[in-house]
Structures are given as C-alpha cells and as structure tokens.
Write a protein that binds this ligand. Sequence first.
Ligand code: SAH
Length: 247
Amino acid sequence: MKTLLLLLIYMLAVARGAIAQDAPEDTQCVRERAAMVETIRAHARSYVSVSGQQGLSERVLKAMGQTQRLLFVPERSCSIAYADGPLPIGLGQTISQPYIVALMTELADVAPDDVVLEVGTGSGYQAAILAHLARKVCTIEIIPQLAEAAAKTLKDLSHDNVSIRLGDGYAGWPECGPFDAIVVSAALGQVPPPLIDQLKVGGRLVMPVGPAYTTQTLTVVEKTGPGQTTTRAVGLVRFVPFTRSKD
Ligand code: SAH
C-alpha cells in the first residue's frame, strides 16, 4: 500500500514536471531521438556529396544519440526537441540545429583524453555532447540565468567532467587550458586572439566568423606551431552574436 502511494506521488510529480530532469524518456521520445541521429547522418552524407566536406564519425553520432536534447530546451515535446532545427532557449538565445552541433563537434576532432573549451554554453547541450567525447570540458556563458540553468542540467545528468564559468569568453579560460580543441558557439567578426594563445599546437578551433544577424562562415583554425595557424572555411551558418562584457 505504502509503495503504491509512493508510486502515485512520484507519477503525479512527473506529470507536473517536478521530476523531469533525470526521468527516462518514453519509447516515443527514444524513437524520435534515434530518428534525429539518422536525419543528421543523412544530412551529413548529402553535404559530403555536395561540398566534398567530411562526413560524421560514429563516435560523434553516438554522443548525439546518447544525449537527451529534450532536457536542454524549454519545449516539452519530443517531436520538436528532436527535430533537426534550432530552438529558442530564452533571453534571445538559441540552441543550434543538431546537425550543426554534430558538424562542429566533428570538426573539433575531440579525442578521449582531450581538454576542450566551449565559448557560449547556452543550454549546455553542445557541452554535454563534448563531455561524452573528451576528458574535460570547460564552458563559458555570459548570461547568468543561462549559465545557472545549464549548470543544473549538466549536474542532473552527472556530467562531472564539465566546468562552467560565468563571463565573457573572449579572454578564454587560461586556468582550465591549454586546450586540444575550442568550439565557439556565437558569431564574431574575428577569432579572439586569446583563444588561439590557449590552443595547444596541433589543436583546432571551430567558430562562426562573420557579422551578427546574418550568415557567417563556419571556420576551422588549426594551430600548426607557436604563433602559426591555418584557416579553412567549411560553409555558411547563422549564429547568435558574440557579445562583449563592458568591463
Ligand atoms: N552551445 C549552445 C548554444 C548557445 S547560443 C547550446 O548548445 O545551447 C550562444 C550562446 O553564446 C548564448 O547563450 C550567448 O549568451 C553566449 N555568448 C555570447 N557572447 C558570449 C561571450 N562573449 N562569452 C560567453 N558566452 C557568450
């Protein structure tokens, strides 16, 4: 009887959204998440045939399949959370299209022992994907409410290898680095020099470079030696602006 009562209270709490974070997704959601991975795979394949760019590795696709995007978006519907499109996350910001998250992760070429920096935590989704693939992820967010919410989501999901810092990511996070890879999730006209300084030789930085409120060029900068880089353009993307703190 007591067990039944506890079960009833638990179900009511789940229905009210009080225990949403670590509740497993229902079968329909699991199906939609798997379908999202297949959409990304197909998108990557057609992109390869059109532009000659690389496809996506199984490691990246597995991380995408393991991460419950539903927990990172305000939207409670799985068919929306697992559609391959960007979604608003509040305060004028967006979580990127899953295919773009997968592509940026692929381009960052993260190995299991890597230390990775992300600038622009937003919902924490990209950080969660990186956390599946790297040893340590350091992520910086400039909007306090988003940093707080992302920290909670990542903690609920037991991503203990992610550290979040509130602030302007332009200056990077030297105490957390040096970094094997850096992913910048907001658009700026040029790559912040401190980020290149904090990149290890052989490391990669992936970032949308270009003006705000229009399309930018998804760019990969590789550090080939101290003070030396090579840059390659991957394609056009549209990201929210990289903002600067006043101090
Ligand atoms: N990677 C995120 C998407 C974030 S959108 C996700 O997976 O959800 C870009 C984010 O960059 C926004 O949350 C925005 O507030 C943040 N941002 C913009 N300029 C920034 C800066 N200078 N430093 C740190 N974060 C910044």
